[in-house]
Design a protein around this ligand. Sequence first.
Ligand SMILES: CC(C)(COP(=O)(O)OP(=O)(O)OC[C@H]1O[C@@H](n2cnc3c(N)ncnc32)[C@H](O)[C@@H]1OP(=O)(O)O)[C@@H](O)C(=O)NCCC(=O)NCCS
Length: 182
Amino acid sequence: MVDQKKISNIHISVNPLVKGDIPQLEPILRQHIKDRYTEDVDEEEVRSIIEYMRGNAEESRGGNARRYLVAKNQEGRVIGCVSCSEPEQDMLEHFGVSIDEAAEGLNLFVDNTFSNQNVGTELVENMFNAARTEGKKYVIVNSGPRYMKAWSFHDKMFDERRGFMVGKYGSGGDAMTWIKTL
Ligand SMILES: CC(C)(COP(=O)(O)OP(=O)(O)OC[C@H]1O[C@@H](n2cnc3c(N)ncnc32)[C@H](O)[C@@H]1OP(=O)(O)O)[C@@H](O)C(=O)NCCC(=O)NCCS
C-alpha cells in the first residue's frame, strides 16, 4: 500500500501564533467544532477559542493565557494549531500532578485539506518541546466524544491512556485522557 505521507511535498513550519493568523484559523475551527448531535458549528465554542487566541480571555482562566502554536505550509498558509496551557484543576486532580510539573494540550486542529500529512504530529511535537522549555515534566490532554476519531492519534503521540473523566463534557460527554512524560 502507498503511504500517503511519503508522496506529500508539504513543508511544515510551526511558530507562536500572531494575531494575523486568526482570520485563517477561524474556518479551520469551524470544520471541527460541531455539536456532537446536530453537527451544527458550535458558534459559542468557536467564539471562545478566538477570544483565547486574541489573548482577551485570560481573566476567565485565572490569568493563565493559552499559548498557541500555528502550523503553516511553505506558502505561509495557516494549516493548523494547538495550544499549551496551565492545566485546569480537574485535570491536575485526575492525573495527580502539580501545576508546576504539567502543561495541558488543548485546541489541536488541522485543516481537513492537509490531514494525514504530519501536521498534527508536528504541532504536538512542538507543543512537547514548548512544555520542555518551560521546565515541565508532563503534558496531559483530554478528548471528549466529539473528537473520538482522533483518539488513536493521541495513542500514537502520548505514552499511555489514563482513563475517563466521567461527565467532563456534560451528560454522555466522558473524556478519555493521555499523558506524555517529557
Ligand atoms: C487528529 C488530527 C489533529 C490529526 O492531524 P493530522 O495532521 O491529520 O495527523 P498526522 O498526519 O500528523 O498523523 C496521523 C496519524 O494518526 C493516525 N490517526 C488517527 N486518527 C486520525 C484522524 N482522525 N485523522 C488523521 N489521522 C489519524 C493516522 O493513522 C496517522 O498514523 P501514522 O502516522 O502511523 O500513519 C486532525 O485529524 C484533526 O484536526 N482532527 C479534528 C480535531 C481533533 O480531533 N482534534 C483533537 C481534539 S482532542
